[in-house]
Write a protein that binds this ligand. Structure first.
Ligand code: MSP
Length: 486
């Protein structure tokens, strides 16, 4: 059986999830479900990035013990993923004992190979990104992604990884698509950044500064730079789970902000370690608030995933996240847009289509035996039909926004078909019944195509028609009643 290993970033513990985090995780979940449905053996991991200065400082601020703080936060994140019906196989936490041990082994290997050396370094550090910034990444001397007080000049004596020895090899591998960086605009960005000088990477922090992380195995006064051990989670996961056969990963999912770490630093570390490279890095764009403003806590325009679920249900929210996926470019997300799409596509579109056909099936006495046996059709077979070639392409290219467009068209086509045939006024009852059966068969196929995106709704729809006596149903999607509570 083919294997498929897919990962999300491991999110910093110092924050609660917002729409951006949930979108990446939902997209990865959809792809994990899709690959399971087409018969692959899937490993899907997510988790929390628990070390580093930012997490440490947040716990300090709340006067909580750091370990207790990350323990509590992990519960919150896991609960949130349950709410979203995320089917991950493993939730990694970087305070995990085996993670720490494997990371230390990997670092020792790099040190013994002379890929690590000690040196002094002076530069501009953004604690929000947990990264030394180059001049080119700053705007007027500040990080465009984080508050001004997150930036400071630092002089450190740290251990460095010889990134510069590997970056040109990585560049070749990206150019030849041995490491597929996608979408294409992100690949171009990375390649153009690789045209500039790549400096070695500082990979340790003095414990004097803060003592929260994994110790450098040969020097107990330093901890390992949070990004290095975080990237390693993708590999330590298969060690923890004793599923080494899943390495290398098929795809790492994320947004554009952390693409450099994944497409350049991570492959360089793996090359130095003589480990196989991930096959693909997929980085979508960012969500901005309606009106194009950056979403930020201080502007108070961050969309909470819980609010989305309260308003649109779990499957409705998953659908809306796909609809608005910032595939290549950034996109906007907000309740005005989502209300409109939810009502048009789900309440009046799919929901109404299922209700009206169920009613027609009741009138015409149609039962499951009249329909194609949906349980015996699998997604893999269905996608072989030329009718769904485009859908297959959208799934395998992770173009979930386009996928929604295509499915929306299929739904609309069935609605138009029913309107045109108007079985309720057709004098030829046999023909009318045939037309209703035809419409239901198409709905069943659409439900199967939608299963990775809306798993509960899809199985609900299949259930409606999987009956000896099909009867009218109550609406699948509740209408939005008020404009309050956004
Ligand atoms: N801990 C690191 C990742 C280490 S992975 C080895 C980190 N964590 S994070 O909590 O900041 O998460 C970054 C990721 O959150 C982005 O790559 C993206 O998946 C998601 N998003 C956060 N804000 C986002 C938007 N506004 N829009 C879309 N996704 C964004 O970086």
């Amino acid at each position: 059986m083919d294997r498929f290993y897919i990962t999300t970033p491991i999110y910093y513990s110092n924050d609660v999830p917002h729409i951006g985090h949930s979108s990446t995780t939902v997209y990865a979940d959809i792809m994990a479900r899709f690959n399971r449905l087409v018969g692959k053996e899937v490993l899907f991991t997510t988790g929390n990035d628990e070390h580093g200065e930012k997490v440490y400082l947040t716990a300090q601020k709340g006067e909580v013990d750091t370990q207790k703080y990350v323990d509590d936060m992990a519960l919150k994140w896991e609960e949130m993923w349950k709410d979203f019906n995320i089917s991950y196989d493993f939730f990694v936490r970087t305070s995990n004992k085996t993670h720490k041990e494997v990371v230390q082994e990997l670092l020792t290997k790099l040190y013994n190979k002379n890929d690590i050396y000690k040196a002094k370094y002076k530069g501009i550090y953004c604690v929000g990104c947990e990264e030394f910034k180059t001049e080119r990444q700053l705007v007027n001397g500040f990080c465009p992604m984080h508050r001004k007080d997150q930036i400071s000049e630092r002089e450190v004596e740290n251990y460095f990884f010889k990134l510069s020895n590997y970056s040109s090899i990585v560049k070749n591998k990206i150019e030849s698509d041995e490491i597929k960086v996608s979408p294409d605009n992100k690949r171009k960005e990375i390649l153009s950044r690789l045209d500039e000088e790549v400096r070695d990477l500082s990979i340790s922090r003095e414990k004097e500064q803060f003592d929260w992380g994994i110790s450098i195995p040969w020097d107990n006064t330093h901890t390992i730079y949070v990004w290095v051990e975080a990237l390693m989670n993708y590999y330590t996961n298969v060690k923890i789970l004793k599923k080494e056969e899943f390495w290398p990963a098929n795809v790492h999912f994320m947004a554009k902000d952390i693409m450099w770490f994944h497409s350049v630093i991570w492959p360089s570390l793996l090359l130095a370690l003589d480990l196989p490279l991930p096959k693909q890095i997929f980085a979508h764009g960012f969500y901005n608030a309606e009106g194009g403003l950056k979403m930020s806590k201080s502007l108070g325009n961050v969309i909470s995933p819980q609010k989305l679920i309260e308003r649109y249900g779990v499957d409705g929210t998953r659908y809306l996240l796909c609809f608005s996926m910032p595939y290549e470019n950034d996109s906007e997300a907000g309740f005005n847009l989502f209300d409109k799409v939810y009502t048009a596509d789900l309440v009046n579109g799919l929901g109404n289509l299922v209700s009206r056909t169920a009613k027609l099936a009741e009138i015409f006495g149609i039962n499951a035996l009249n329909l194609r046996e949906i349980n015996s059709v699998d997604l893999k077979e269905l996608l072989k039909s030329s009718k769904y070639g485009e859908i297959e392409k959208c799934y395998s290219g992770y173009r979930l926004n386009q996928l929604i467009e295509k499915i929306e068209k299929l739904i609309n086509d069935v609605n138009v078909f029913i309107n045109e045939k108007a079985p309720w006024k057709d004098a030829d009852k046999t023909k009318a019944k045939e037309n209703v059966i035809n419409a239901i068969n198409q709905i069943l196929e659409i439900s199967l195509l939608l299963t990775p995106i809306m798993p509960s709704i899809s199985s609900k729809i299949i259930n409606v028609f999987d009956k000896n006596k099909i009867v009218a149903i109550s609406p699948l999607f509740e209408r939005i009643k008020t404009t309050e509570n956004k």
